[in-house]
Design a binder for this molecule. Structure first.
Ligand code: AQP
Length: 334
């Protein structure tokens, strides 16, 4: 039986944090043997906001190295850099011409990031979801494993695919496969350590808001010690205690315990007792990833070769789709 195909990616905007790990990469690792997998480092997305050109390439290596360190296995998964496969930008242009502008203006992430940036908002930021649609549709992905924050963008991808199929395809001969989101319940939305109502994010100016996968044990202890809590006695999963909810969920995810077990274990604890337990659980889970990462980054030649092989495999699939799309849109063939 043919395996279903998945595609997903992370922006090289800095170190990965535990939200990226729990919401996305950990799930990729778990499913990779049952799917045909394409995982890219989405560097074209990373330049939609002001960025540092001196660190972009190094961050791209970092993310690729972290994919491997977290357990993405090249035997099952193709790892590549988005900007190395030109079909991504070419399909984006074509999709731009069939995507109504008001679909993009309504995107929550655009509105949030645009507010943060004031007047300095690029066309690229508005167009971010169309680039994401191109990423996914180029690979005829059946499913897209992402965190909760990407749900709206995935719905837009589906809308664009359906629109193109209606305009230029037929029921028996659709142009695009319409992908399904693959969003796990646990870890799909890890919240900031400084504000339990905001998602943990690489672009938050405060490093205390997140735990990065490469943070030292001391940093992790310090961040957990300083993180926002409340003054209610006893710890519980409760809707109106966003920080408590988030920290207990992290404890459950990093220890592998169920919510019920954690609720019972922590019901009578205070923050002073709980925080070191949480820090220990996170440190113990990240230590093997950090050790593997150090080994992987010693051999840039290996990473370069892997990304080159990944590009070749990705390009073969992407170029075939692009050819099909251009033919359907009526372009004169080469
Ligand atoms: N807090 C999170 N909880 C669960 N999943 C998350 N993801 C991101 N944040 C969380 C998932 O990680 C994948 C890569 O997303 P990204 O590269 O956009 O990461 P980011 O941290 O969101 O990066 P930025 O640069 O800081 O962007 P913004 O400002 O948008 O937050 C995705 O699958 C995402 O769902």
């Amino acid at each position: 039986m043919m395996k279903k195909r998945v595609l997903s990616g992370v922006q090289p905007t800095g170190n990965l944090h535990i939200g990226n790990y729990l919401g996305a990469i950990r799930n990729w690792v778990e499913i990779q043997k049952s799917y045909e997998n394409y995982f890219c480092v989405v560097d074209l997305h990373a330049i939609t906001v002001p960025y540092n050109r001196d660190t972009l390439a190094e961050n791209t290596y970092t993310i690729a190295g972290l994919y491997l360190a977290c357990g993405i296995d090249p035997q099952y998964s193709t790892i590549f850099v988005q900007s190395h496969v030109r079909a991504h930008t070419e399909l984006t242009w074509i999709l731009n011409c069939v995507t109504p502008i008001n679909w993009l203006e309504g995107m929550i992430q655009f509105k949030e990031k645009a507010i943060k940036q004031g007047e300095n908002v690029s066309v690229g930021l508005l167009d971010y979801p169309v680039l994401m649609a191109a990423d996914i549709l180029l690979y005829d992905a059946d499913e897209v494993p992402v965190g909760e924050d990407q749900k709206q963008h995935l719905e837009l991808t589906r809308d664009i695919a359906i629109r193109v199929n209606n305009l230029f395809g037929s029921k028996d001969n659709p142009i695009f496969k319409v992908p399904e989101p693959l969003i796990r319940k646990e870890g799909a939305r890890v919240m900031s350590l400084t504000d339990g109502t905001k998602k943990m994010s690489k672009s938050d100016p405060s490093d205390y808001s997140r735990i990065n996968l490469l943070d030292s044990p001391d940093d992790i202890r310090r961040k957990i010690k300083r993180c926002k809590t409340d003054s209610i006695m006893g710890l519980s999963f409760s809707e109106d205690r966003p920080e408590c909810n988030n920290l207990l969920s992290l404890y459950a995810l990093f220890t592998g315990k169920s919510k019920e077990e954690v609720a019972a274990e922590c019901a009578n604890m205070g923050w002073g007792q709980f925080k070191p337990l949480l820090a220990d659980a996170i440190i113990a889970s990240l230590e093997p990833i950090q050790n593997r990462y150090k080994e992987i980054m010693k051999d840039r030649g290996y990473l370069d070769k892997l990304l080159q092989e990944g590009r070749e495999k990705a390009e073969a699939v992407a170029n075939a789709t692009l050819k099909r799309v251009k033919s359907a849109f009526g372009f004169l063939p080469l």
